[in-house]
Design a protein around this ligand. Structure first.
Ligand code: RP5
Length: 169
């Protein structure tokens, strides 16, 4: 289960312009030793390919799909409509409302087709990876141990913080 070569998480984004943010999903999964693949697939511009990706994801061994999109962000919902796998959505900052449009489009799924929605932008990109890891950790003790070590190191970094003198920050 922990073969780094095995692709377990699919990362989709609506446009190459999302990649500077979404790369943090891939980097976080890499850090935790989780095989992943990233692709541009749009719910609007390549709807058939997006549907096919979702329909064949489980048989290809994917366990979680992460979708990033901006504007009227339908990608995560469309992908979830085509698979039983957990689908996590990352709203991207857009061109007019700082990502609020994408947040609502991603989060406000009608009942029956779930999308787990993370924060807008880089924080959401990192947390989507961590939530995918938490989900997969339920059935993978080695991954759970790596995730717990990651969380412990993060806590230790916070507790070791030394602030500069007031007035110099
Ligand atoms: C969405 O529209 C993409 O996910 C992106 O966030 C946004 C803008 O796309 P581009 O016009 O930069 O291709 O589909």
């Amino acid at each position: 289960m922990n073969d780094k070569a095995a692709i377990r998480v699919g990362i989709l984004m609506g446009s190459e312009s999302d990649w500077p943010t979404v790369q943090h999903t891939a980097l976080t999964l890499d850090e935790l030793g989780v095989g992943n693949e990233a692709r541009v697939l749009s719910a609007h511009r390549s709807p058939d390919a997006a549907g096919e990706y979702a329909q064949t994801a489980a048989e290809r061994g994917l366990q979680v799909i992460i979708c990033a999109a901006g504007g009227a962000a339908h990608l995560a919902g469309v992908i979830s409509a085509h698979t039983h796998l957990p689908v996590l959505g990352i709203p991207m900052k857009g061109w007019s409302t700082d990502g609020l449009d994408a947040l609502l489009s991603t989060a406000q799924m009608p009942a029956g087709i779930p999308v787990g929605t993370l924060a807008i932008g880089k924080a959401g990109a990192k947390n989507a990876a961590l939530l995918a890891v938490a989900i997969m950790s339920l059935s993978d003790p080695e991954l759970r141990d790596r995730y717990l070590a990651f969380r412990k190191a993060q806590t230790e970094r916070v507790l070791a913080t030394e602030l500069p003198p007031a007035g110099t920050a």
